[in-house]
Structure formats: C-alpha cells, structure tokens
Design a protein around this ligand. Structure first.
Ligand code: ASP
Length: 378
C-alpha cells in the first residue's frame, strides 16, 4: 500500500541519473505517522459541530414495498437514517439524538417542548442544529421554535421528506444530507429557522405545506431563501431574519408536569357557516382563530357573534397566500375594546400558535394585537 506520509528525496543532485531513496528511518516513520494523524484530527476538530435531533415523520418511515407511497409507518431511527446518507465526515462532525419517533400529526405540546429543550440544550456546544420532522405539521413546529428561542446566528434547519425511506427515489436521504450541509455552512448563519426540502431552502416562519403529495410540497411566496445544488447552498439574499417576529421567553418549569398551553381552536369558514359555532367555541376555549373566506370576510351574523365574545378572536384566511389587514376587521367598537385581531400574513395554524403563546404569557388583547402587528396584522 502506498504510504503518502513518507517524503521521498533524491540523494543525487542530477535528477536525470538519480537514484531515489526513502530517507526515513523506522522512528521517522513512526513520528510522521503520528504527526499526520494529529493534523487530520485537528482538521476534523475544526469542522463545524452539528446536532441532529430525530422526531419521526415520513422521512423515518417504511412501507411494505418500494412502490408504496401511502399507508406506511414510522419505523426508522435517526441513526439508521444517518446511515443512508453520503459520507459527511469531510463537512462536519455530527452528534445525534432521538427525541421521539412519531408521525407529525401526533406532535403535541409535550413533544413541542421536548424539541424546544433539545434545541436549547444544544445551542452552546454546536455550530448548527438539524431537526428531522414529519412534513404535515413541520411548519407549525418551525414557527413555534422561531417564536420562542433566541438562537442568535446559529442555523436551525428543519427537514422532512414526502416519500418513505423504502420507496423508489426516496427523497429523505438527499433532503437530510442537504439539511446537514446547510446547517454546517457559514452562509446559513443569521437567517432564522430554515426548512430544507426538495433542493429548496425556506424560512420556517412563513413556509407552509401546500401540496399533500408532491415532492415540491412547501410552496409559499414569502418563504424561499435559496437553492441547494451539487453540494452547494446558494442564497438569493444576504442573511436576514423574519421582520417583526415576536420572541416569547418560555420557562419550561411553568409547563411541567403537564405541558399544556391555553387552548385555541380554529374554525374553517364556508358558505352557510353556522354563527353559533362561535358561541360554542367561546364557551370551551381561551381563544379562537377563524380561517375567513378571503382577506377577513365573514357573514355579518358571524362577525356579530365574534364581537359579542370576550375571548380574543384572530381573523386569518383560507387562502394560502396573501394577508388579512386590520382595516378588514369588523369595527363597531373602539379598537381598544375590540376582541378581534387580524392575522396579517400568518396562516390559521401559525396564528393559533401565536395566540397560544400570547395567552400563555397572559397578554391582554391589545398586547396580542401588537404581536400580530409584526406580521402586518393587528
Ligand atoms: N405523515 C407524515 C408526517 O409525519 C407526512 C410527512 O412526513 O411527509 O407528517
């Protein structure tokens, strides 16, 4: 086997007629081998340290055969998942932890806080964090983390997949490989929570799953930040974080032993929507979000039921893009005394989390309105 560590020197100044000899003695060989090992390990030690937190989802799922892309189940550990990606040892040093292994429909507040703790605990000792997650509710967790953790410039990257690990052309390994490269890349610093999927890098604060099946599933206009191609991440803009994102300071002990946030319900409006639904929800929940029909439009009877409640009610939208402006809210009362809030650009599910966080901090309705004002609502 060729030993690249040994220096080969000529003992004859005339290279044409030279005899070449290996000048190293046994002890030289030993010394040089040790020096080489030290340099290699130093190089390795200077690589970014990336923490990978596994939570489950399709990316960690197996189907019965390679053509199955529905009806599969979560069955792959984060370690097995990492074994399926290309060698990453030249890019970064990794450590991994399995926080849970569930389909993301089962992510509740207890798991959300586990993810919160997993990320918070890794902030000091790692250069980047990757979280594997089911795509169905990935945007909610990403939004929650952006709203609750001050991680400075550290890249926090969420990743999932649309096809199970067993399928032909499974997208999970490539998505995970890209997410780790993105987390390890200094160009990803200072950009807030990122989502890596289908070669795209997006902002976790805004991105939403827009297609229930396709690989190109995350597709919201405010979301795209860059592209990943052939081992490189290309950002379209300099580092920037979501404007007006309110950071809530959570104290974990406040949510133990039963991690619960004040309950907020979402009503999806439609033609002939029953106004009494608002009364029913108001009796049982601490807050309500309505996916209104357009930019805040609801039948007069529903608006009246909303304004008659004392709980905060956020007007969001059924449409994937666009916003609900403050001026479209029903305004029979003084704004100060009104309980309705516009969601701005936030989807109903992100509005729900934001309202829960406001309620968990016992914000008044006016204070909650100021928080929503950050995303052009209020
Ligand atoms: N059912 C999956 C989930 O855990 C969907 C996915 O990951 O793509 O959200």
């Amino acid at each position: 086997m060729v030993n690249d560590n040994l220096e080969i020197k000529t003992i004859c100044p005339d290279a044409e007629k030279s005899l070449f000899t290996i000048e190293s003695t046994e002890s030289d060989i030993q010394r040089e081998t040790e020096a080489f090992a030290a340099v290699t390990s130093d190089q390795h030690n200077t690589l970014p340290r990336i923490k990978i937190l596994g939570t489950g989802g399709t990316i960690a799922s197996k189907g019965a055969d390679s053509s199955q892309t529905a009806g599969y189940h979560v069955d792959l550990s984060i370690q097995e998942l990492l074994e399926s990606i290309p060698d990453i040892s030249g890019v970064c040093q990794i450590e991994y932890e399995q926080l849970c292994n569930v389909d993301s429909k089962d992510i509740n507040e207890e798991i959300l806080l586990r993810i919160y703790k997993g990320i918070s605990d890794s902030l000091q000792s790692f250069d980047g964090i990757v979280i594997t997650h089911g795509t169905d509710t990935l945007a909610e967790t990403a939004f929650f983390i952006e709203s609750t953790i001050d991680f400075g410039d550290l890249p926090v990257v969420f990743v999932g997949s649309m096809r199970p690990s067993t399928s032909v052309s499974a997208d999970g390994p490539m998505n995970l490989y890209q997410a780790i490269c993105i987390a390890a890349d200094s160009k990803s610093r200072g950009r807030g929570v990122l989502v890596s999927l289908n070669d795209q890098v997006s902002a976790g604060y805004y991105i939403t799953k827009t297609n229930a099946n396709s690989l190109d599933s995350f597709n919201v206009r405010q979301g795209y930040l860059g592209n990943f191609f052939n081992n490189e991440v290309h950002y379209y803009y300099p580092p920037v974080k979501p404007l007006g994102c309110h950071k809530f300071k959570l104290r974990l002990e406040e949510y133990m032993p039963t991690p619960r946030f004040p309950e907020v319900c979402i009503i999806y409006a439609h033609q002939s929507v029953d106004p009494e639904l608002v009364d029913l929800v108001a009796k049982r929940y601490k807050g309500l979000v309505i996916a209104t029909m357009g930019a805040g439009s609801l039948p007069k009877a529903v608006n009246e039921r909303c304004l008659a409640q004392t709980i905060p009610i956020v007007y969001s939208k059924r449409s994937m893009d666009g916003m609900v402006p403050n001026v479209n809210l029903p305004h029979p009362l003084e704004e100060k005394t009104s309980n309705v809030i516009a969601s701005g650009y936030l989807s109903p599910e992100k509005s729900r989390i934001l309202l829960q966080l406001c309620l968990t901090k016992s914000y008044t309705i006016q204070e909650a309105r100021n928080v929503f004002y950050g995303v052009y609502g209020g």
